[in-house]
Design a protein. Structure first.
Ligand SMILES: [Zn+2]
Length: 448
């Protein structure tokens, strides 16, 4: 009936409340379970036989050699309720057998240490222009992970599965709102802008640059007014996100509040400072949650930590903060950096993804060759697990030759360029805007 797999980072961090998961982190690697199979099942069920490590999110156009290498034996698919999906890859002409796609629902056990794979469908492909194409609808009630296998009778498909594409069309609206959650003490920005003005400027900028979708409004909430959590976030104390490793840096617990207003809203958590050197904002790639809880927030600071400067921090301008929110929200909706950084390689564990795969965003070969973005901004250990999927946006005080390099990059004007520098941002490309719209419509929110 179902098979059990140990959980991994991706699974643990994505759909479940982080508070429940963190205490079990250090134990999780020790838990394994044997498989159990239902011998009465009439059709052969070919369970994934690897650890289902790699994940594929819809409408991601980046190269994905690891997905291609593992599709037949098990990769995860990120799916949303009521959406229609297409999974396809190049047909291997040297293999005459046609692979059946078997799809499994993955569900966590009660202590989040393992997940169960339960087969939910088996599909035959259509052959279109030399590709095998599988179409299906997600009838889940919430966001979910599915796993794949490719079967030929009772064995794994032996052919190659090159150039895997996974696209999704959602059932939800192309509108959303912004919910700015102000945590603790803040100062005016370096150009004298207060929270209310900053919120208005954020809304105006979203409407200017997120042109493929509609932003209905922006709400402002003050964390100290939260009815049950307010006491944790006093209004007169600077909140240093990530300073307390026992707490979730993204403050997901504040997302989706108050519920009656913000089911449609992206939660922007505005803190005093993020405790990662030279990092202004943080988000997770394809966070995909407009309903509160895990992965519902993007994070931005009033100040930026600069450990090597005498004053240890810099006050940001309203432009810098708004640009950061625009960038981080791009990640939230599934946009990758135009040119990958070492953090990106480490979080995807796929060194074939050197850029976003979009035809209308150039990437910077010189930046890839140079060591500038090769330094991970965070240490990769279990205790910093929540930031493993994050993408730092650094306001760094580059040396002259570094500034020259960044300015020479053909993608330096794009909001998803991985570093801030002297060039002005011009916006998103058409293909980026299309991904934002398609993915927004996948995320459950508002009315259908
Ligand atoms: Zn980024």
């Amino acid at each position: 009936m179902s098979r059990i797999y140990k959980t991994d980072f991706w699974r643990k961090m994505s759909l479940f409340d982080i508070k429940k998961i963190l205490p079990g982190l250090f134990l999780s690697a020790m838990f394994f379970a044997a498989c159990s199979e239902d011998s009465t099942e009439p059709e052969y069920t070919l369970y994934p036989d690897n650890d289902i490590f790699y994940s594929l999110a819809p409408n991601d156009m980046a190269a994905n050699d690891s997905i291609s290498a593992n599709l037949a034996h098990g990769v995860k698919l990120v799916v949303h309720p009521n959406a229609s999906y297409e999974l396809s890859f190049e047909k291997d002409a040297s293999v005459s057998d046609v692979p059946e796609l078997q799809i499994f629902h993955l569900s966590l056990n009660s202590d989040s240490t393992a997940y169960y794979a339960t087969k939910i469908m088996a599909l035959q492909p259509k052959e279109v222009n030399g590709r095998y194409v599988y179409s299906f609808v997600c009838e889940e009630k919430t966001n979910a992970f599915w796993a794949t296998s490719l079967a030929v009778d009772d064995h794994f498909y032996p052919g190659t599965t090159k150039d895997v594409k996974f696209t999704g069309d959602g059932a939800y609206s192309d509108h959303f709102s912004l919910n700015m959650i102000v945590v603790g003490k803040h100062d005016l920005t370096s150009d004298g802008v207060d929270v209310e003005e900053l919120a208005q400027k954020t809304l105006d900028s979203f409407r200017k640059y997120y042109t493929s979708v509609t932003i209905d409004t922006i709400y402002i909430r003050y964390a100290h007014e939260h009815p049950t959590l307010g006491h944790k976030y006093p209004a007169n104390e600077p909140w240093l996100a990530g300073a307390d490793s026992s707490m979730d840096m993204f403050l997901y617990e504040l997302g989706g509040w108050p519920e009656k207003d913000v089911y449609d809203a992206l939660d922007i958590v505005y803190v005093y400072r993020i405790e990662i050197d030279k990092t202004v904002g943080y988000a997770s790639l394809f966070s995909a949650n407009l309903g509160g809880g895990a992965y519902s927030t993007v994070l931005v600071g009033n100040y930026v930590l600069a450990k090597d400067s005498p004053q240890k921090e810099f006050l940001l301008s309203s432009d810098e903060i708004v640009e950061t929110v625009l960038h981080e929200t791009g990640h939230f909706f599934g946009l990758r950096h135009t040119t990958s950084t070492m953090n990106d390689f480490l979080s995807s564990q796929d060194y074939s993804i050197i850029e976003d795969g979009l035809e209308d965003t150039p990437y910077c070969e010189a930046l890839l060759r140079n060591g500038l973005m090769k330094r991970p901004s965070v240490k990769y250990s279990l205790s910093t697990l929540p930031v493993m999927l994050g993408h730092a946006y650094r306001r760094t005080w580059w040396k002259n030759e570094e500034q020259d390099l960044l300015s020479s990059c053909p993608d330096s004007h794009n909001f998803m360029f991985p570093a801030t520098q002297d060039e002005t941002f011009e916006g998103f490309s058409e293909q980026q805007l299309e991904i934002i719209r398609k993915n927004l419509m996948l995320f459950p929110h508002g009315k259908k």
